[in-house]
Design a protein around this ligand. Structure first.
Ligand code: HEM
Length: 587
């Protein structure tokens, strides 16, 4: 009986074991198949960057934007406390990076993915359908043109060889200021600097072009092109408006493009004729350098200009990409438009900061006087011996980057992880270079103008200007699409400021001619009402520094003049320079 009663136990145990095994197998199957159905969640759950409140259907956050865009972006991001912010401009999803950390992460980890540029109606027209490289999608053709730009067209050797061309272009600028001072009139420095900047770069493109091509006509049309490229076109963002040309920008662009194209054609044809006729002996790079040592006069021979380099490339059958006429024209358009206004603006800001900081102005003058003296006008060759001037240049770029917002487009088809956030595919990326330079996490007393921080031993002395490993200072952007004109700008901008400081004393006057002493550094009439304290500039009474950065290319467009200069005050002790300026600048 007992035996009979004990017999079911093993059967029961066996059954229990089988059931348990079956259950375990079932659970395992369910877990595995559920894993197969939904991929495992990322180790850290990322979310979309925060968005400012107030987004509306159709227009998104467009109604919140006021020029200048970098200030509005900064204001919105500060209110959200978000170094990465998601906004919608019409139907375009955008992220705005406002801190060095986030910009650094974007460029370090996602550079290829965010190396696109928006190619909208007006830029497409001026770039001959993306035949250049500034408004060309990231890809093989862009890479070829970019390499050509960095390794030949704007390489340090070409920049150095064309130094005399830039020096000659400075003469009309100094003459204009001198003439105004002798008449006792003020000078509109904004206008003169843009004129100079365009003339200088157009001359670098075609050193031998006749005045009818490279003179005032070129200045006017380049200015018009730059303005159109910098204009905010609502139809690029709001599909409902597409094709309507509500602002008349496309119509205007078509006219300006015709004029600009005619000018480029003239420039190229003139060059073709010169090359066919064997005129305009070109001094090869190496030859110039050798000649420099032996016969200075030889350097007067025409050296290869940017158009020579491009045309040679177009004739090169072995080139990886055969350059077309459109490529050449678009290339010139890129270089001329991207390089002129940004440089002119930087000269203007730098001089304005020096005027407002007489102790810095004195130091720059003293340095120039010590290194150059009174017998000639300071030039680019003197720069290595002018460290305080160079520190002033960097400090100016930190506070007033000539292109305050770098505009990229993400071509990534998958999400990008940036810090704790995820950026959806195909999103426009704005890097707020202006806000990064004023980030209190990186800069002590960020609003103070203090070139000392960039002097050897100063707090920011080791900051890499191109963004290399360090993104706390990136006035030239960074990564694959960083500015290819950085070397040229580092030469030309400080040299022009140095000459303006060496040759003239500057006085700021208001509209009625009264001296105010200081330049108003408020950059627009639309100062954000709630700018966070570390970014609000204290407006000072006086001549306004007017510069409205228009949405969305990041290329600032000049608005109105900062300087109303009274006659060159107090030339005592500087008369030598003054007459030197006259001698040198006489054509
Ligand atoms: C102080 C003067 C200048 C400043 C502050 C400046 C700044 C910038 C910035 C922030 C960008 C966007 C970079 C990015 O997206 O990461 C850029 C692009 C560019 N810059 Fe400059 N730039 C200056 C002068 C020049 C000059 C002198 C030239 C040529 C002569 C030039 C040619 C260009 C071009 C062609 C691009 C577009 C590059 C591309 O898309 O691949 N820039 N610049």
């Amino acid at each position: 009986m007992a035996m009979e009663q004990q017999q079911p136990l093993p059967t029961f145990l066996a059954l229990t074991g089988v059931v348990t095994l079956l259950l375990l197998a079932l659970i395992n199957h369910l877990v595995v198949s559920s894993r197969r159905r939904s991929p495992s969640p990322p180790p850290l759950r990322r979310r979309l960057p925060p968005s400012p409140p107030g987004g509306l259907p159709v227009i998104g956050h467009l109604h919140l934007l006021r020029p200048p865009a970098h200030r509005t972006f900064h204001d919105l991001a500060s209110r959200l406390g978000a170094p990465l912010m998601l906004i919608r401009l019409g139907s375009t999803r955008c992220v705005v990076a406002s801190s060095a950390d986030v910009a650094g992460e974007l460029i370090r980890h996602h550079d290829a993915a965010i190396s696109g540029r928006p190619v909208t109606a007006v830029p497409r027209l001026f770039s001959y359908g993306s035949a250049g490289f500034a408004f060309t999608p990231y890809g093989a053709r862009w890479r070829f043109l970019r390499r050509l730009c960095v390794s030949e067209v704007l390489c340090p050797r070409t920049v150095e060889l064309l130094r005399p061309v830039r020096r000659a272009a400075m003469a009309p600028l100094l003459n204009a200021v001198l003439a105004a001072s002798e008449r006792g009139e003020t000078v509109n420095l904004t206008r003169e600097l843009i004129r100079f900047s365009i003339a200088s770069i157009v001359r670098m493109v075609a050193t031998d072009a006749p005045a009818s091509v490279a003179g005032e006509a070129a200045e006017a049309v380049v200015k018009a092109v730059t303005e159109l490229l910098g204009a905010f076109n609502v139809e690029d963002y709001v599909p409902l408006c597409r094709g309507l040309d509500l602002q008349g920008l496309r119509r205007k662009a078509a006219g300006v493009h015709r004029r600009f194209d005619a000018l480029l054609e003239q420039m190229i044809r003139h060059k073709e004729e010169a090359r066919e006729g064997g005129c305009g002996a070109i001094v090869e790079h190496e030859q110039v350098q050798d000649d420099k040592k032996q016969t200075p006069a030889a350097t007067r021979k025409r050296s290869k200009d940017l158009l020579d380099i491009l045309m040679e490339k177009a004739e090169d059958d072995a080139a990886e990409v055969k350059l077309t006429r459109e490529n050449i024209k678009a290339f010139i358009t890129d270089v001329v438009t991207a390089g002129s206004d940004s440089s002119a603006a930087t000269v203007e800001w730098m001089l304005a900061e020096l005027i407002n900081h007489p102790e810095a102005m004195d130091k720059v003058r003293e340095e120039i006087d010590t290194v150059v003296g009174d017998d000639r006008i300071v030039g680019e060759a003197d720069l290595p011996r002018l460290p305080y001037l160079q520190a002033t240049f960097k400090e100016t770029l930190r506070l007033h980057p000539g292109a305050p917002v770098a505009h990229r487009v993400s071509s990534s088809t998958s999400e990008m992880a940036v810090g704790e956030f995820t950026v959806p595919p195909e999103t426009a990326v704005f890097i707020n270079v202006w806000a990064i330079g004023r980030d209190p996490a990186y800069w002590e007393d960020p609003l103070a103008f203090s070139p000392e921080r960039f002097m050897p031993g100063g707090a920011a002395a080791g900051v890499e200007p191109r963004g290399g490993q360090n993104f706390q200072f990136m006035p030239f952007g960074g990564g694959r699409r960083g500015c290819p004109g950085v070397g040229l700008a580092q030469q030309s901008v400080p040299a022009v400021v140095a000459a303006l400081v060496q040759c003239f004393d500057w006085v700021v006057v208001d509209g009625d001619g009264g001296e105010t002493g200081l330049v108003d550094m408020d950059e627009s009439e639309v100062a954000p009402a709630s700018a966070p304290s570390h970014c609000s500039s204290e407006p000072v009474p006086g001549g306004r520094l007017g510069r409205v950065g228009r949405m969305p290319t990041g290329l600032p467009v000049p608005n109105f003049s900062p300087f109303r200069r009274s006659g060159c005050m107090d030339f005592a002790g500087r008369a030598g320079l003054r007459s030197y300026a006259l001698i040198e600048t006489t054509p």
